[in-house]
Design a protein around this ligand. Sequence first.
Ligand code: UD1
Ligand code: UDP
Length: 362
Amino acid sequence: MKKIMLVFGTRPEGIKMAPVVNELKRRKNIKTVVCVTGQHEEMLNQVLDIFHIKPEYNLHIMKPKQTLFSITNDILQKIRPVLENEKPDIVLVHGDTSTTFSTALACYYEQIPVGHVEAGLRTHNIYSPFPEEFNRQAVSIISKYNFAPTELAKKNLIREGKNPESIFVTGNTAIDALKKTVNEEYYNEDLEWAKGSRLILITAHRRENLGEHMEHMFKAIRRVMDEHSDVKAIYPIHMNPRVRNIAESILGDDNRIRIIEPLDVLDFHNFMNHSYLILTDSGGIQEEAPSLGKPVLVMRDTTERPEGVKAGTLKLVGTNEEKIYREFTRLLTDKSEYEKMSRTANPYGDGFASKRIADILE
Ligand code: UD1
Ligand code: UDP
C-alpha cells in the first residue's frame, strides 16, 4: 500500500486540498496522512471543520506578525521529523504559499517525491504576487508530478522544460468544493441586511498590498460607496491585524459597509452567489467567480489566472485609487459592461479535479 501525505497550512490550500484528501481517503489501496503546518490557525480550522478533516499532524507554527523568514524556518525545522517518521511515498503540496515552498524544499532534502496540485500558474514576475510567484516556480523545479488546472498552466510548465509526461491537466479542485457549497435556499442574517441593495463583496490581504496600496484600494471603495445609496458592502476581513487596522480606519464607520469575521467557505461561496460584484486581491476567488458569473475587479497589477480575464469575468484594476474608483463606478452605472462581465464561464474545470488526481496517483 502506498502512503500519500498531504501538507497544507493556509485557508485557500485547505479549501482546495480538502476534496483531494476526502477523495484519497475513499481509495482502499492508498494510506492518506494529513499534516497541517498551522501557518493559519483559525482560518484553517474553519476549513478543517467544514470538510471533517482531522489532521494526523499539526505543526502549529503561526505567530502574530510572522515573517517569510519565520514561516520558512519553522516549517523546515518542524516538518523534518514528521517526514522521517512517516516516510511517505509521495507528498502532495498545493499552490504557492510559504507552506508549499518550505514543504517541497524539505521533501527535496529528504528525497521524497513531490506532487504539486495547482501547478503551472505564472505571472513571470517573481515580485508579483510576492512571494507566491517565486514559490510556484521553485516548487516546479522540485516536483515530480504536476497537476495543472488548465491547458495554459501545462504550457507554462512545458515552456520551462518540465517533462510533458509529468504534467496532468485536471481542472482546479476549487471548483470541486464550490459544487458542494452553493445552495439557492441559503439564508444568512447579513444577506438579509443587504436585501434590496446591490451587494458588493470585498476581500483583501496580499502582502505586497499591505500599507499604502491597501489604503488607496479602500479609499476608492469608500468614495464609490458614498456616491451610490442603493449599494451595500460586506467585507469578511482577513485576520491579519495589519489588514484590520487599515480597513477599520477607512471603511469602519460607514453604515452601508459591514466588516465581519472571516466566513467559513460554505458561507463565503453563498455570499459570492448573492453578490452583485466582487472586489478582491485574492487568487482563489478569481477561480470561483467565473463559474458563478460574478464580475470581479481584481485589485492587483498582475494575475496568474488569465483564463478568467479571457472569459470576461475578471478585470485587473491595479491598486491605484482613481483607476479602482473609475472601474467600480463604471460597473455600477454601465449595464452593458456589467452584463458582459456576468456571463458564467468554466475555465477552471468541471468539479472532478480531485477524482482525476486520485486516479492518476492510484
Ligand atoms: C498567506 C499566504 C498567501 C495566501 C494567504 C491566504 C504566504 C507567504 N502567504 O498570506 O499566499 O494568499 O495566506 O489567506 O504563504 N492570522 C491569524 N489567524 C489566521 C490566519 C492569519 O491571526 O487564521 C494572522 C496572523 O497574525 C499572521 C497574519 O495573519 O501572522 C498573516 O498570515 P500569513 O500566513 O503570514 O499571511 P497571509 O496574508 O495570510
Ligand atoms: N474564503 C472564505 N472565507 C472568506 C473569504 C474567502 O472561505 O471569508 C475562501 C474563498 O472562497 C476562496 C479562498 O477562501 O476559496 C481564498 O482565500 P484567500 O483569498 O485568503 O487566499 P488566496 O486565494 O488569495 O491565496
